[in-house]
Design a protein around this ligand. Structure first.
Ligand code: AMP
Length: 304
């Protein structure tokens, strides 16, 4: 099956305590699409300006990523600049230039409308609604979001929750959105607004998955060196969605548990280098190796 991904495609300037790199390929849809394409064909919906380097288009094209839904328009590509603090987790947005994003209407090519698995990657909730309005009977819809939308578009985001099967967000965002300090209470409060499943990411501490009466906790792969955390969440969401699309089968909690682990594995590779430099070189054997390692690390003996 295919997965439809809508989100941002960006040129990022990234600063960490040890290095600084300008003009990198970024954006929620770029990371998600390359990650998902390790498992399934991807239908990409996004927008870039005429300044967007051809090599990035070629990278997307070289994967199983359909670009019929990519709009290339006069003007400049969306730009984002961020700086990470010493803990490599706290991040400050230094600047945002919407550019071609300002008038973006994510219109789906007819060939995309029946895509069974949909990932609404991080983008304004109104645009996520607009994509859902055009999709015909999807099997499973996942939404990702960020603190900005909780701050400035909470009503639209709340309405979106009644239209999706799963929400992905990080621990700080879950607390911010629900006002609950306990992540268990926050997960349940989000489920009460619509999604049957919620994944709360906790950075280097792994991820919590809430189902209907089910709960799963997935560790993060223990990395010794992390170069750039940008896109970890998008890579996680893309890997998860791509894995679900791999087989034409119902989405069960068991499948979601596996999907969350594959998402975590891809995210662990992504943060080993800036931009998509590491993500784009991962191979199937490396993905399986870390999946098996996470399985081993999280086993323990049953109670007597
Ligand atoms: P993450 O590290 O998973 O939160 O995602 C980082 C990516 O999000 C960067 O590559 C940015 O280009 C992109 N981004 C930052 N702000 C926004 C925004 N307001 N809307 C959509 N994408 C954004």
């Amino acid at each position: 099956m295919s997965v439809l991904i809508v989100g941002s495609i960006a040129l990022d300037d990234i600063k960490t305590p040890v290095a600084e790199h300008p003009n990198l390929l970024g954006g929620s849809a770029s990371y998600s699409a390359v990650s998902a394409a390790y498992f399934s064909p991807v239908n990409l919906v996004g927008i870039v300006g005429e300044d967007f380097p051809k090599e990035h288009i070629e990278l997307l094209r070289s994967r199983k990523i359909d670009l019929d839904g990519l709009q290339i328009v006069p003007g400049k590509t969306f730009r984002w600049s961020g700086e990470y603090m010493l803990d490599m987790n706290t991040r400050e947005t230094l600047s945002v230039e919407l550019n071609v994003f300002e008038h973006f209407s994510p219109d789906l090519p007819a060939s995309y409308r029946k895509t069974p698995i949909v990932l609404l990657a991080n983008i304004a909730p109104d645009l996520q609604h607009h994509v859902l309005d055009q999709i015909e009977s999807p099997r499973f819809v996942i939404a990702d979001t960020m603190d900005l939308w909780i701050n400035i578009a909470k009503d639209s985001l709340t309405r979106l929750l009644s239209r999706v099967d799963m929400l992905i967000l990080n621990d700080g965002e879950a607390r911010q959105f629900t006002g609950e300090n306990s992540l268990v209470k926050a997960g349940k409060a989000i489920q009460a607004l619509g999604p049957k499943f919620v994944a709360i990411k906790k950075g280097e501490h792994g991820c919590l998955l809430f189902g209907q009466g089910d709960f799963f906790t997935c560790p993060a792969f223990p990395l010794e060196e992390l170069l750039d955390p940008t896109g970890a969440g998008d890579t996680f969401a893309g890997g998860l969605a791509g894995f679900l699309a791999k087989e034409d089968a119902p989405v069960t909690f068991e499948k979601l548990r596996q999907a969350v682990v594959y998402g975590s594995v891809l995210a662990s590779y992504n943060v080993e280098a800036f931009s998509l430099e590491r993500l784009k070189t991962v191979d199937a054997a490396q993905i399986e190796e870390r999946y098996r390692a996470l399985h081993r690390m999280s086993q323990f003996e049953a109670a007597k």
